[in-house]
Design a protein around this ligand. Sequence first.
Ligand SMILES: Nc1nc2c(ncn2[C@@H]2O[C@H](COP(=O)(O)OP(=O)(O)OP(=O)(O)O)[C@@H](O)[C@H]2O)c(=O)[nH]1
Length: 281
Amino acid sequence: MKPLNGNGSQNSEDSQQDISSHPNGNSPPDAYISGSESHDFKQIKGSVIVKSNVVINGDKNSSINKKCKNCENNGHEKCTFHHDLELDHKPPTREDLLPDMAHSYRMLLSGLGEDPDRQGLLKTPERAAKAMLFFTKGYDQTLEDILNDAIFNEDHDEMVVVKDIEMFSMCEHHLVPFYGKVSIGYLPCNKILGLSKLARIVEIFSRRLQVQERLTKQIAVAVTQAVQPAGVAVVIEGVHMCMVMRGVQKINSKTVTSTMLGVFRDDPKTREEFLNLVTSK
Ligand SMILES: Nc1nc2c(ncn2[C@@H]2O[C@H](COP(=O)(O)OP(=O)(O)OP(=O)(O)O)[C@@H](O)[C@H]2O)c(=O)[nH]1
């Protein structure tokens, strides 16, 4: 298996941006439109601040290891699952997976010393399987599907920011949730994106097994693919339950990651304007 791609961890030149003053409310995302300069799109920048305050190994006959239909139909390079994660296979369909997954959860219950046949647990394996499929439903979505052609020609080259988009994802190391808020900014080049589509892009990539760094970068790259802007900025503030409920048990720690593309990377003023907008109340 090849190493995971799309890893947001960058080189030592990466700058660090602290957005610790993000509001923590659950209010719907706000849209901001303001002035900024425009530059050529060039490269990627990312940073991580941690504040202290697959191989899917199954049996060969399992549906999990069946050949990926998406790859068969569209070619390996167009398979979203492989393209993003370079895994060796993709589950054929969600429904196909349910029985095997439910069986695995049943074994897990037994392993915990529980009786999977007691009344309260009878439907638990299937419920848990369905829940896991929901948590990872992003594997079934493509950028094309969710954009729904909501890309509009508009003579607009000022910054667009949608901030505090709620995000729920699954830590690929411990299979426990991490959650937080995503703020996205872009500088259009005569093409704007339906605002809700930014939140839908967050859903595609957060509803998978993830690390926060890769999630941050995948969102930025998807916005770039959608509207080819002069630049894209994404900042995520996340709480990782693997650091809260277990392990080091630091309940107040937050992880902040960013990806800056194009003008947001090249121009400190543009980056500063974005960061000011996302940290303002
Ligand atoms: N960089 C990064 N690390 C993550 C993310 N989610 C979880 N981790 C880390 O993945 C690491 C896995 O470390 P291991 O030592 O293999 O696993 P562990 O024994 O469970 O580690 P502890 O959590 O320290 O108990 C931990 O340090 C986690 O905090 C993420 O989104 N990004």
